[in-house]
Design a protein around this ligand. Structure first.
Ligand SMILES: Nc1nc2c(ncn2[C@@H]2O[C@H](COP(=O)(O)OP(=O)(O)OP(=O)(O)O)[C@@H](O)[C@H]2O)c(=O)[nH]1
Ligand code: SF4
Ligand SMILES: [Mg+2]
Length: 408
């Protein structure tokens, strides 16, 4: 099975034009992935290349446009390259030892500020002699690898350095669901199969949850919402957890006995891809919304599989009913995120199942800096349907945050 994009360690390749970024990508992948030429500014849009980098596993290389250029076209490129920092788990800074200067220092600072590990690649060693180590790098805290993309020297060292620098939170990310169920215990997953479900397959959060349970030696029963009640009746021991698609929340809440913990895939993904406590606080900001407030609805990709209209129709309708007045909704899709968030009273995000965790954490960081609460679809739906506490039952510390901060 091909690993989904969200599992891959995202490796951003940064540096000035002509430093040899695309050549390094091609040398690492041993393929002609990105166009190389002596013309500065060859790469204009980020080029993505998934591959297996053993023993680490699946990675996604992102080759960027050199960002030392100026002018209008230059600014667009800079924006696109800057957006790559948001999804980078590990950054390569490509330069040669003659050119290391303020520009490279700025990239290194950007990575440091975001706590993203960096590897410096001094390329073109066939042209430039080694030994000209800039003071900051001479300290030895940042790995420096010398390469020649032209003759392949140092590329194997670079692969090793990537393996060594892979951040821990990539390797030890929170579990999707298995920690809530346990080996030998059962979970029921409720998957509505309606006209909005994709033909012939399940969607990523469902598939990933099943796999997580199987890896953990847990039992897993997958049913439609209409079969849930009977499924529960057939088990001679209650399941540890019921997980539903957020859109079937009310029916599933009604059909699941209250002593069985219940939540939604989207809430599982708030924890797995983002930060559940912070997003619980985000959902609580719904109570402060007033008519006329601006709310951003953000989707990570353009193919939300759970009904096209969840973000455009259903959530706006539920929220409008809850608030009892007209709210101004703005929709954003993909990697673009407005630089100025301060106009918004709330950001409601999709589960971001197609992303790596870092990009979601970057958005949370930006929202936090702007003082704008951020939550996700499942939490919003549970909140506006009045079943928030029920949906947080499997997560005692998040539930505690809700209970204690509600009183304030
Ligand atoms: N001699 C030598 N030339 C190299 C090496 N790596 C890249 N080049 C050459 O440097 C030029 C620029 O390489 P690219 O890989 O296109 O550089 P880039 O950083 O992707 O450039 P932009 O996309 O324009 O930002 C090309 O002519 C490459 O053949 C190297 O290790 N040694
Ligand atoms: S819009 Fe969000 S939740 Fe939907 S498929 Fe894309 S990443 Fe996943
Ligand atoms: Mg290039």
């Amino acid at each position: 099975m091909r690993a989904s994009k969200s599992f891959r360690l995202h490796i951003g390749i940064f540096g000035r034009r002509n430093a040899g970024k695309s050549s390094i990508l091609n040398a690492l992948t041993q393929q002609e992935v990105s166009i190389v030429s002596e013309v500065a500014g060859t790469t204009t849009d980020p080029v993505e290349k998934p591959m297996e980098l053993l023993p680490l596993g699946p990675v996604l290389f992102i080759d960027t446009a050199g960002i030392d250029d100026t002018g209008t076209l230059g600014e667009k490129r800079i924006e696109k390259t800057m957006a790559v920092f948001d999804r980078t788990d590990l950054g390569l800074i490509v330069s040669n030892n003659q050119e290391w200067g303020d520009f490279e220092e700025a990239i290194l600072n950007e990575l440091n500020n975001r706590a993203i590990p960096a590897i410096v690649v001094f390329n073109k060693t066939d042209l430039f002699l080694s030994g000209n180590m800039p003071p900051r790098l001479a300290e030895g805290k940042i790995p420096v690898i010398e390469t020649s993309a032209l003759n392949g020297s140092g590329i194997q060292d670079l692969r090793q350095a990537i393996l060594k620098s892979a951040p821990d939170d990539f390797i030890n990310r929170p579990s999707i669901v298995a920690d809530l169920v346990g080996p030998g215990e059962a979970a029921i997953l409720v998957v509505p199969i309606d006209k909005e479900a994709p033909k012939g397959r399940l969607i990523l959060p469902q598939v990933q949850s099943i796999r997580d349970l199987l890896d953990n030696d847990s039992f897993c029963m997958v049913v439609k919402e209409r079969e849930l009640r009977e499924a529960l009746g057939r088990l001679n021991k209650p399941p540890k957890l019921v997980v539903t698609d957020s859109q079937a929340f009310l029916k599933v809440a009604a059909d699941t006995p209250t002593d069985i913990p219940m939540t939604s895939f989207s809430i599982l993904f708030a924890r797995y891809q983002g930060d559940l406590p912070e997003m619980v606080r985000g959902a609580m900001a719904i109570d402060k919304l007033k008519a006329g407030d601006k709310v951003m609805i953000a989707e990570a990709c353009s193919h939300h599989p759970i009904g096209e209209d969840i973000g455009t129709v259903k959530i706006p309708r539920w929220l409008t009913q809850y608030v009892g007045g007209k709210i101004e909704f703005t929709h954003h899709r993909g990697h673009d995120f407005p630089a100025n968030l301060s106009d918004f009273k709330l950001i409601i995000h999709c589960g971001a199942c197609m992303w790596n965790r870092r990009e979601m954490l970057s958005r949370l960081m930006k929202a936090r800096q702007a003082g704008v609460p951020l939550t996700n679809y499942g939490l919003t739906i549970a909140y506006s349907l009045g079943i928030f506490e029920r949906a947080l039952q499997p997560f005692p510390s998040a539930l505690e945050i809700f209970r204690s901060e509600r009183k304030l």
